[in-house]
Design a protein around this ligand. Structure first.
Ligand code: MCN
Ligand code: MOS
Length: 728
């Protein structure tokens, strides 16, 4: 195995000498034909013999105690096989992890918390029977409305250490200009299109869970802990995932319930959450309240920046939305305070959803920068340029790569920013007020450990395997490209195996570290393959040139297939963050530009066009990266104008837990969106030099839309979504 910490600032030789131009190209998804012909089987699609179906029964109150469960009517329904409400491993749903057992307590943490599971011959019968289970509960007053609740200061969080440097109070006191604004964002559902679904079966004491999940290794460990098993007795499969957006990073309680049912009945069990159940059994993004204070001189040079926020969590879960994450490395200013406090509520857990921290945090910072620019009479881009730091303004670490100024310049040129009329409400098109706005995008780049195996078999066929998932992101394709690039093969000649805990471990699809880490491990495995090929060629690895299935060294050229005719080559690579990787400040960057039209009569907002320019290190695949970033920009439109998960403060129930009333942007809301790159390979990031992409597009995108609304109307929207009533 080739193991390399990311310290060397040296690209693997094979990648450095790559000649094919396969990596980076807009290669169409290699698994695309399987998906459009239905041959790619998702978690719920295979029906093992003898399969039965599970449905979850939830608590009918938001806080209190379950006093009695009467399943007689459910059991009497033809087709019902079992109602299980007595297993000590039943998950608690809300407390700690959603999968962990409630440990004998009858306490209700949140509405819809699982209390029983119904198993039946069909899905329809299981769901009907679940509705027939009578759950009696004693309700106690619930904490549902954050406005009335105490604030826990700076709770411990793995994701965000509070920042407090310099003398903030003095800087705020002494500055010529101080902006002090408060912004709010509501709860967001992850809203993946594919249901949270699993097919689960036992073979002896081995449990197999075919599940729609982003991170199979972590899922295996969670399931094993929840059921009191050894991890090596659990196998999790997720070859295809129809979106996750953070909601599939953990294990839902329905997985544990179905595993318990499968064990008791000795039959395979399928379970899929109805859309409305996802509101309670999947985590959501916390609502936030954010106060941003910026102190600067009359030329806009920032002396102090404070981004203080309050998020929500239930009593037991450890996750804290890292709201000011994106502000930490962004703008200059010696005095800095960035914090998240918590309000504890009786609601389902909050968790990572599409760029935790940055998605909603940049909304506040980037709108505040727009407000500050207006107050100073400065162009919003010029204000940002004046505050572009030479090194990380919080940690003082050097940036690995940062092309933010180029993103502004390129975006401004392509969008036509110089034509902007700064006075709001002055550009009209009939009854529509027209405005443009911009905002910065920033998403941290994390280096994580990953392993991959590469095999070359007789005939020259290559296979790359790891437990990474492809959640719509393009993992299959970029791994085929990485291996194809180094071994001189077309991507179609590389088989990619993913989403199986029996394969080499990666950190999965999360935190936008999946692509960089998995491709790095694959590139390192290819190095070992190259070394072996060189031995078989009696040449030095540096001499090899691989192209179109041929291997050359000096004047000799032989088909790759000939070199592996008698013996396959199998190699493993492992990429780990080294000290050097931790010594730089790493992020992906971008600039968003939006044009909106606001109807002066009705307040309706139409986004007319958007342009984004991004710095993501090496672009692994121009098509899939564009697809990711445009998708993120659409999520920006979505939270600026529509998304809000609302809680009934009397019951702790979500008022709008379905796509009928939880409004995500749809085709009719989305204009022409352009995505461009400022490419610079980042050698401190990982071996392929690829930085985060998946969650970058949403960061700042909503702020660009909101800033454009201000330019169109003169109205400052500080509470998203910007609904009609706020604009009239
Ligand atoms: N990519 C690239 N060049 C880079 C980095 C990435 O071309 N320098 C492209 C590749 O196609 C890669 C994709 O972007 O497959 C995403 O890579 P990366 O940024 O590393 O993100 P992950 O692979 O870790 O995927 C997870 C990330 C997260 S955390 C969320 S949330 C999210 C997202 O990706 N959810 C998604 N994108 C999503 N896309 C879809 N369709 N569905 C989701 O649920
Ligand atoms: Mo993404 S919210 O980190 O899965």
């Amino acid at each position: 195995m080739i193991e390399q910490a990311i310290d060397t600032a040296e690209r693997p030789g094979g990648l450095a000498r790559a000649v094919q131009g396969v990596l980076g190209a807009a290669v169409p998804r290699v698994e695309g034909p399987l998906k459009v012909t239905g041959a790619a089987t998702y978690a719920y699609e295979r029906a093992p013999d003898d399969v039965v179906y599970a449905a979850v029964v939830g608590a009918p109150v938001g806080a209190g105690r379950v006093t009695r469960i009467d399943a007689a009517a459910a059991r009497a329904l033809p087709g019902v096989i079992a109602v299980i409400d007595d297993d000590p491993r039943l998950p608690a749903g809300g407390a700690n992890s959603r999968a962990m057992p409630h440990q004998g307590t009858d306490r209700v943490f949140h509405y819809g918390q699982p209390v029983a599971v119904v198993v039946a011959e069909t899905q329809a019968i299981a769901r009907e029977a679940a509705a027939l289970v009578r759950v009696d509960a004693e309700a106690t007053p619930g904490r549902y409305d954050a406005a009335d609740l105490p604030i826990e200061r700076r709770p411990k969080s793995a994701f965000l250490a509070p920042v407090d440097t310099g003398d903030l109070d003095a800087a705020l006191r002494d500055a010529n200009v101080v902006l002090d604004r408060t912004y709010t964002t509501p709860a967001h559902f992850p809203a993946a299109l594919e249901p949270h679904a699993s097919t689960i079966w036992w073979e002896g004491d081995v449990l197999t869970v075919r599940s729609s999940n982003q991170i199979v290794g972590a899922a295996r460990d969670t399931i094993a802990t929840a059921l009191g098993m050894a991890s090596d007795k659990v196998r999790v499969l997720a070859p295809y995932v129809g979106g996750g957006f953070g909601g599939k990073t953990g294990v839902g309680p329905e997985v544990i319930l179905a595993a318990i049912a499968a064990e008791r009945l000795r039959r395979p069990v399928k379970v899929a959450l109805p859309r409305r159940d996802t509101a309670y059994l999947v985590h959501h993004r916390s609502p936030t309240k954010q106060r941003v204070r910026i102190a600067c001189d009359r030329d806009g040079h920032i002396a102090a920046i404070a981004h203080e926020s309050v998020a929500q969590q239930n009593d037991d879960a450890g996750f804290v939305e890292p709201v000011p994450f994106g502000t930490i490395p962004l703008y200059a200013g010696a005095a800095r305070r960035m914090t998240t406090d918590l309000v504890r509520v009786n609601l389902p857990p909050t968790g990572a959803v599409r760029a935790p921290g940055e998605a909603v945090g940049t909304f506040a910072t980037e709108c505040a920068m727009d407000e500050l620019a207006e107050e100073l009479g400065l162009d919003p881009i010029e204000l940002r340029r004046r505050n572009e730091p030479a090194y990380d303004p919080t940690t003082s670490r050097p940036f690995s790569t940062r092309r933010l100024l180029d993103c502004y310049a390129e975006g401004a040129r392509r969008f036509g920013w110089p034509a902007r009329v700064p006075d709001p409400g002055t550009t009209r098109d009939g009854e529509w007020l027209i405005g443009i706005g911009m905002a910065t995008a920033l998403r941290g780049n994390f280096t994580v450990a990953a392993e991959a195996e590469v095999r070359l078999d007789a005939g020259g066929a290559a296979t790359v395997s790891c437990d990474m998932t492809d959640i719509g992101t393009g993992t299959y394709t970029i791994l085929a490209q990485t291996v194809g690039e180094i071994l001189g093969l077309a991507p179609a000649a590389v088989t990619v195996r993913l989403g199986d805990t029996d394969l080499p471990p990666t950190a999965g699809s999360g935190g936008s570290f999946g692509a960089g880490s998995a491709t790095s491990a694959a590139a390192l495995a290819c190095e070992e393959v190259l070394a072996e090929l060189a031995r078989r060629m009696n040449a030095a690895p540096e001499e090899l040139v691989l192209r179109d299935g041929m291997v050359s060294a000096g004047s000799r050229t032989v088909p790759l297939a000939d070199l592996v005719r008698d013996a396959s080559i199998v190699a493993r690579g492992r990429s780990t963050p080294g000290q050097q990787a931790q010594r730089t400040s790493q992020a992906s960057h971008g600039a968003h530009f939006a044009e909106v039209a606001v109807n002066a009569v009705t307040g309706e907002v139409r986004v007319r066009r958007m342009v984004g320019v991004f710095d993501v290190g090496r672009v692994l695949n121009r098509a899939t990266a564009t697809n990711q970033l445009v998708g993120g920009m659409i999520w920006g439109i979505s939270y600026a104008l529509g998304e809000a998960a609302l809680v009934d403060p009397r019951s702790g129930r979500f008022v709008n837990p379905d796509f009928g009333e939880y409004h995500v942007a749809v085709n009719a809301d989305v204009p022409r969106i352009e995505c461009h790159f400022v490419e610079e390979i980042d050698d401190a990031a990982n071996q392929t030099g690829a930085k985060a992409v998946g969650e970058l597009g949403i960061s700042g995108a909503g702020a660009a839309v909101i800033n454009a609304i201000h330019n169109a109307t003169g109205v400052r929207v500080r509470d998203v979504p910007a609904t009609l009533d706020t604009l009239l």
